[in-house]
Design a protein around this ligand. Structure first.
Ligand code: FE2
Length: 184
């Protein structure tokens, strides 16, 4: 169980705006972690379509971070990261999987797509919650900024789902065999 003392800067939540700001700080932290992770993923990826999808989403993530900063400033707050343990965990799980599969680039591509898909689902759920929160606070400008981010995450998630069967097929025609041989 995490101790609050290990999370400096997190304040008590006593109202809906506090809760919104906490979760905004969480996605701000998550997006920054994912930006860094995607830069590494781009380097690891060998599949041209996956590589260009990641590259495009890196640009979008940079814009999303600016949108979040804009949300903070609309609320007259300094942008502040609140450690997102879920994001940190996804990133380290992904790193472990990439290291374990590094002998087979086709499996690495499949792993990267799977990890990116998990990240998008976390972001989608988080933005949906934040949009509801901003609606409660009557902040229409913020709703619009967050909706831009949500839309990009949903589109990225969809593109990955479309690409996954091909990555799986390519991994099966190469990597699948080497795995099966080893176990014999
Ligand atoms: Fe994303």
């Amino acid at each position: 169980m995490v101790q609050l003392s290990e999370r400096p800067g997190t304040k008590k939540i006593t109202n809906l705006q506090d809760k919104f700001l906490y979760e905004l700080g969480g996605i701000f932290d998550a997006e920054n972690r994912f930006l860094e992770a995607q830069q590494l993923m781009w380097q690891y990826s060998q599949h041209p379509e996956l590589k260009s999808l990641i590259e495009a989403h890196i640009r979008e993530t940079e814009q999303q971070i600016r949108n979040i900063e804009q949300v903070f400033s609309t609320l007259k707050q300094q942008p502040q990261r609140v450690t997102c343990d879920a994001a940190a965990g996804l990133v380290s799980d992904g790193q472990k999987l990439v290291l374990l599969s590094s002998d087979n680039p086709k499996i690495v591509d499949l792993v990267l797509a799977g990890e990116q898909a998990k990240v998008e689902q976390l972001e989608i759920i988080t933005y949906r919650g934040l949009i509801k929160g901003a609606e409660q606070l009557g902040q229409n400008e913020i709703v619009q900024l967050l909706q831009q981010n949500l839309q990009q995450e949903e589109q990225t998630a969809q593109k990955i789902e479309q690409l996954k069967p091909r990555l799986l097929e390519e991994a099966r025609s190469t990597g699948g065999k080497s795995g099966a041989n080893r176990s014999r």
